[in-house]
Write a protein that binds this ligand. Structure first.
Ligand SMILES: N[C@@H](CCC(=O)N[C@@H](CS)C(=O)NCC(=O)O)C(=O)O
Length: 232
């Protein structure tokens, strides 16, 4: 995939990266999905290393060395291993600033990108994590996890509608794909495909979902297009 003009407005033309990156990922993980999108946008080739969360591979001795908190994604760049999608995205952004920049140069737009990304990564995604749903299913009741997730998605999405009003264009903060989009696309996708959320209450996010679904960097990063996705 070729790098395109990014949200900072800089040209995507840059020399090819020297080492092939390795992404430890799970097909349905929205945090891994974020990094896959960014890698695609930046035109960085990577080797896909599946970590099966349902089989508990995040707790294996081998993976624990890569990420002691047992989450995907993790990224290996040569001997350097980094975990946590936000840290990985910032690392890639700083290492490859000219490959589709993810942060706008405009201070306000940049700040809105941080706010939207953090609503997803702090106030929605952690509450729908596999181990949280398992805990609620076991301790509260087997029918509770879905309504728990839908409640927290609604809180986050209602806030995002207000935060993005006046900033959104084709994408979350204008007409270029920026950091906020990299967080929003997987979260909206999970809300629609996995958690049966009625998106009619969220017109801005619904429009973004449509725009993302037409973008190759998102399409290639979709859960169902990953090598460890189960056969349809
Ligand atoms: N803040 C971390 C969160 C990572 C995270 O929660 N990963 C989930 C998948 S999206 C995971 O590995 N969950 C394992 C589990 O629930 O056992 C990040 O952004 O990378």
């Amino acid at each position: 995939m070729t790098a395109a003009t990014g949200c900072g407005g800089a040209s995507g033309v840059a020399s090819a990266p020297p080492a092939k990156l390795k992404l430890y990922s799970y097909w349905r993980s929205s945090c891994s999905f974020r990094v896959r999108i960014a890698l695609n946008l930046k035109g960085l080739e990577y080797e896909y290393v599946p970590v099966n969360l349902l089989k508990g591979e995040q707790f294996s001795a081998e993976f624990s060395k890569l990420n002691p908190i047992h989450y995907v994604p993790a990224l290996a760049d040569g001997d350097f291993v980094l975990a946590d999608s936000f840290a990985i995205l910032m690392y890639l952004e700083e290492k490859y600033p000219h490959h589709h920049p993810l942060l706008p140069s405009d201070l306000v737009k940049r700040a809105i990108n941080y706010q939207a990304a953090n609503i997803v990564s702090s106030s929605i995604q952690p509450l729908q994590n596999l181990y949280v749903l398992k805990f609620i299913g076991e301790k509260v009741g087997p029918s509770e996890p879905l309504s728990w997730v839908q409640y927290h998605i609604d809180r986050g999405f209602s806030a995002l509608e207000k935060v993005l009003a006046g900033h959104a264009g084709k994408y979350a903060t204008g007409d270029e794909i920026c950091l906020a989009d990299v967080f929003l696309a997987p979260q909206i996708y999970a809300a629609v495909k996995r958690f049966n959320v009625d998106m009619s209450q969220y017109p801005i996010l619904s429009k973004l979902h449509e725009a993302y679904s037409e973008t190759p960097a998102f399409q290639d990063a979709l859960p169902e297009n990953q090598p460890d996705a189960p056969e349809p």
